[in-house]
Design a protein around this ligand. Structure first.
Ligand code: HEC
Ligand code: HEC
Length: 265
């Protein structure tokens, strides 16, 4: 079953700090719920309710969105939610959850915190980043997106959903960093072909109107002046597909792929 992943962000000094599985402190403070109860409630919800209501309570085909639920929104101290949790709605497809009163209280606290966060979306813009459909994201990854031609979920991307929280994960694949790991897979390579003589290939060091500089596989540095398009300069950028994706992806694809990557634990 999917792990409950809640994107929780605390904005400190302009940096997004992320704590997995722990709701936003500001949302907890705002909703006036007990932090430990909220944490326990989130874990319980992920394990026992997420399959139907979605791990972020946004609903699935088998259970309604609880963030949009009037009943949940109007609840103040559990008086509306608790009866549903005690008895389920068996005739409507929700079995009796079988939680203790204390566990129900924890789930209520967690739901209150989510409602508060949703009502204050401007401050929690990433709260619902995991709204996508992971199965569709996987299809896209192996299909239209062609991600699998360069990446493997059990290879270079293994555990990426554990390493990064959703917002970081999303920006990482929408806009991957070039500088990772020195001579990284992301380095741009270049082939320079002079008017006569052999061409040289290597890692692109710099390129402007007047000059191209590269380092060949032996580590030697070459700098050549460019005049009237001579020498010919051909650049290969391994990140090109990513920059291209950025233009053609729909929001739905983006959410689905991020949701899929988040499952790579
Ligand atoms: C097997 C699927 C399933 C599971 C598991 C499940 N629910 Fe539900 N839940 C539903 C369905 C379906 C409804 C809608 C029932 C209806 O139409 O009245 C519902 C309704 C609700 C409602 C009322 C929403 C409203 O607006 O009336 C709440 C609150 C709720 N569920 C919370 C939970 C919590 C908390 C858990 C885990 C402890 C949970 N559910 C587990 C399927 C499920
Ligand atoms: C033609 C090859 C290619 C394709 C196609 C491609 N990528 Fe990448 N991707 C790269 C390279 C190169 C990097 C740079 C990081 C590296 O060296 O691993 C990268 C980086 C990433 C990262 C960051 C990895 C990290 O550990 O920092 C993610 C996540 C990612 N890609 C996901 C995707 C997804 C999802 C798709 C499809 C929608 C995709 N990529 C398509 C080549 C590709």
């Amino acid at each position: 079953m999917k792990r409950s992943v809640i994107a929780i962000l605390i904005l400190t000094a302009g940096v997004w700090k992320v704590a997995a599985q722990a709701p936003n402190r500001a949302a907890i403070a705002g909703s006036k719920e007990d932090e430990a109860a909220v944490e326990r409630g989130g874990a319980l919800f992920g394990a026992q309710c997420g399959a139907c209501h979605g791990t972020s309570a946004r609903g699935t085909a088998t259970g309604p969105d609880l963030i949009r639920s009037v009943l949940v929104r109007d609840d103040e101290k559990g008086e509306l939610i608790m009866p549903v949790l005690r008895d389920g709605r068996q005739e409507k497809g929700m079995p009796r959850p079988g939680l203790t009163e204390a566990q129900m209280g924890d789930v209520v606290a967690w739901l209150h915190t989510l409602i508060y966060g949703a009502a204050n979306r401007g401050t929690y813009e990433f709260l619902d980043i995991l709204v996508g459909d992971a199965a569709k994201g996987e299809q896209y990854f192996n299909g239209a997106g062609k991600c699998n031609t360069c990446h493997a979920p059990k290879g270079d991307l293994a555990g990426i959903g554990r390493k990064y929280d959703p917002p970081v994960l999303q920006s990482l694949w929408l806009n991957p960093r070039r500088t990772r790991g020195g001579a990284s897979r992301a380095a741009r390579t270049v082939t320079v072909t002079p008017a006569s003589g052999a061409s040289i290939s290597g890692t692109l060091e710099s390129l402007d109107e007047f000059n191209v500089a590269l380092r060949d596989s032996s580590g030697a540095y070459h700098s050549l002046p460019i005049l009237n398009n001579v020498p010919r300069v051909e650049i290969h950028d391994p990140l090109q597909p990513h920059f291209y994706l950025y233009r053609v992806l729909t929001d739905v694809d983006i959410h689905n792929v991020t949701a899929y990557l988040a499952t790579l634990q």
